[in-house]
Ligand binder design. Structure first.
Ligand code: AMP
Length: 552
């Protein structure tokens, strides 16, 4: 840090304007419009009602005894309740713990104890989980039930202290969110925990405000066609527990667009909502996109013009083409729990809009370019930047105002994350002369065979281009002679009947064309019904490796 600069003087009565989440609600777009927030087929609110309800929730929580610094946990599907909590809980200086309801009950118990939750909101679908763990989370003082509108109540023996709407009824619609330090913690969530216990990451008001402004700017202004702008209809398809649904609900609210919340994800419901409300902007992991496109209802739903950020895992050529053939405007976003999450988006430059579809696919599936305020470096093991030649690979290391500053109660792990003053993502990538990054693998998934490195993502991407393939995963398995050899798991689409030899023959073409080396051909190709997934729907390579080794 440079010393000796002239720090600005401040009049005694000057207002320092802390960057607080409540400020996102100050926009005329949020306040003036009779715009709607819709939930499945059961609830609709205007923005004015939403604002009143968020204030009610905040004051209801205060009256229930929630104090600044307390942690309030939420176990819910994507809903208006979650959106209200995104503003209300941090709005009173408390911390919103967005519980990953897809973790095992034991991991959920671990995260609740670790986060020291004091109040827990529980959607009725998750009652069996909390019934199993409630005795083992002593910090929790109040359990609040969330009833699903229009559905019968789930039978239970557990006593809840109140229902969601009763908490709102305790509060006032004209409650004023207080001022506080912009560095106050607003949210926390846990990594998906594929290795060891889940790790807690946390974000402040300032971080969330800056993430909102930057990503909104990248999607709306830096993208030449403006992917997300006034007039769009927004529907999330990534869970709101997973790093604030990538921050998009905050952006959508700031923009005052119509929002549609789908509750639990059911392909038929998602497609119905898309059609009924003319949803134009969404985001999801590749698995959800694949699930949507394979749903019988997809055949009768017009998907054209649906803009969708695909992130959280590598986007393949095969899936991208499939979506583009249906007229969808799909492109990549990249980030991780530790980075709030968005770091890059595969925004096409104006001149790239003229490219043929196949050339556009190559850019749309790239990891993308850094959004404003993200300093992204690809470094070798000595932390030297690598050349932007699209060939030399290194680890993606980043700085941005919204990176987690450590792991909650994990000083050592936090230090390792921030080695050399950069957050180490553990992702291996190359970068081209235009600044577009392409992840070739995770450090721990790179396959090392006979002294060569094989990118598992590249092989998966090539397999995805076989017309009969729905999904593929490639992992390295131990080999006495070569150290490791690639193994592929392939799920075949619909009625197609293909075997491992068809995939081998298909891949041989890429060997002959010099796209991949001979040793990158998978040693074994298993045609399977399903591929193991993590709690947020990503391919779980750790589980695949363990399964393969234990089954031989
Ligand atoms: P999580 O913390 O569970 O969100 O996982 C973050 C990890 O997902 C990153 O470190 C990447 O390995 C992977 N990931 C996220 N987005 C992408 C993407 N667009 N392409 C490839 N991998 C991705």
């Amino acid at each position: 840090m440079l010393q000796g600069t002239r720090i600005i003087e401040r009049a005694d009565n000057a207002y320092p304007y802390p960057l607080l989440i409540k400020r996102l609600l100050d926009m005329p777009s949020v306040r003036a419009l009779n715009q709607e927030i819709i939930y499945r087929n059961t609830r609709r609110f205007t923005y004015a009602q939403f604002l009143g309800r968020a204030r009610q929730l905040a004051s209801g929580l205060s009256r229930m005894g929630v104090r600044p610094g307390d942690t309030v946990a939420f176990m819910d599907w994507d809903s208006y309740r979650y959106l209200e909590a995104y503003f209300a809980v941090p709005g009173i200086g408390a911390v919103l713990h967005t519980v990953n309801v897809r973790l095992s009950p034991d991991q959920i118990r671990f995260t609740m104890n670790h986060a020291e939750d004091t109040v827990v909101f529980v959607h009725q679908d998750f009652i069996p989980i909390v019934e199993a763990i409630r005795e083992k989370v002593p910090s929790v003082k109040k359990w609040i039930l969330i009833k699903e509108p229009g559905e019968p109540e789930t039978a239970h023996t557990m006593r809840f202290d109140a229902e969601y709407e009763e908490v709102l009824a305790l509060g006032n619609t004209d409650f004023e969110f207080p001022d506080m330090d912009e560095n106050s913690q607003a949210t926390m969530s846990y990594t998906t925990g594929t290795t060891g216990d889940p790790k807690g990451v946390y974000f402040s008001h300032r971080q969330l405000v800056l993430h909102t402004l930057s990503v909104g700017m990248a999607l709306g202004n830096i993208d030449p066609v403006g992917k997300f702008k006034a007039g769009d209809v927004y529907m999330p398809m990534t869970p709101m527990f997973h790093v604030h649904a990538w921050g998009l609900p905050y952006i959508a609210t700031l923009m005052g667009v119509k929002q549609v919340y789908p509750g639990r994800y059911e392909p038929a419901m998602l497609l119905k909502l898309r059609q009924e409300h003319k949803v134009t902007f969404s985001h999801c992991v590749p698995t959800i996109l694949q699930m949507l496109l394979s749903a019988p209802e997809a055949k009768t739903t017009d998907l054209s013009g649906w803009k969708m950020v695909i992130g959280g895992a590598a986007f393949t050529t095969g899936l991208c083409k499939q979506a583009m053939d249906l007229g969808m405007d799909v492109f990549t976003g990249y980030g991780m729990s530790e980075t709030c999450p968005i770091l890059t988006i595969s925004i096409l430059k104006p001149e790239m809009l003229e490219l043929e579809e196949s050339e556009q696919v190559d850019i749309r599936i790239k990891t993308g370019i850094a959004v404003p305020l993200v300093e992204l470096k690809i470094m070798d093991t000595e932390l030297n930047p690598i050349p932007m030649d699209n060939v030399t690979s290194g680890e993606i290391c980043v700085r941005s105002p919204w990176c987690t500053q450590g792991y909650f109660k994990g000083a050592q792990q936090g230090k390792a994350l921030w080695q050399g003053g950069y957050l180490h993502t553990g992702d291996v990538a190359v970068r081209d002369a235009n600044g577009y990054v392409r992840i070739t693998d995770r450090l721990k998934d790179v396959i090392k065979t006979g002294g060569e490195w094989i990118s598992s993502l590249e092989i998966e991407n090539l397999i995805s281009q076989h017309p009969a393939v729905r999904e593929a995963a490639v992992v390295g398995v131990p080999d006495a002679k070569w150290g490791e050899r690639p193994l592929a798991m392939v799920v075949v689409a619909g009625e197609s009947r293909i075997g491992s030899d068809d995939i081998k023959t298909f891949l041989m073409k890429f060997v002959e064309d010099g796209v991949i080396e001979k040793w990158a051909l998978p040693e074994r190709i298993l045609i399977t019904e399903t591929i193991p997934k993590t709690s947020v729907g990503k391919i779980d390579k750790k589980v695949i490796r363990v399964n393969v080794q234990s089954n031989g």
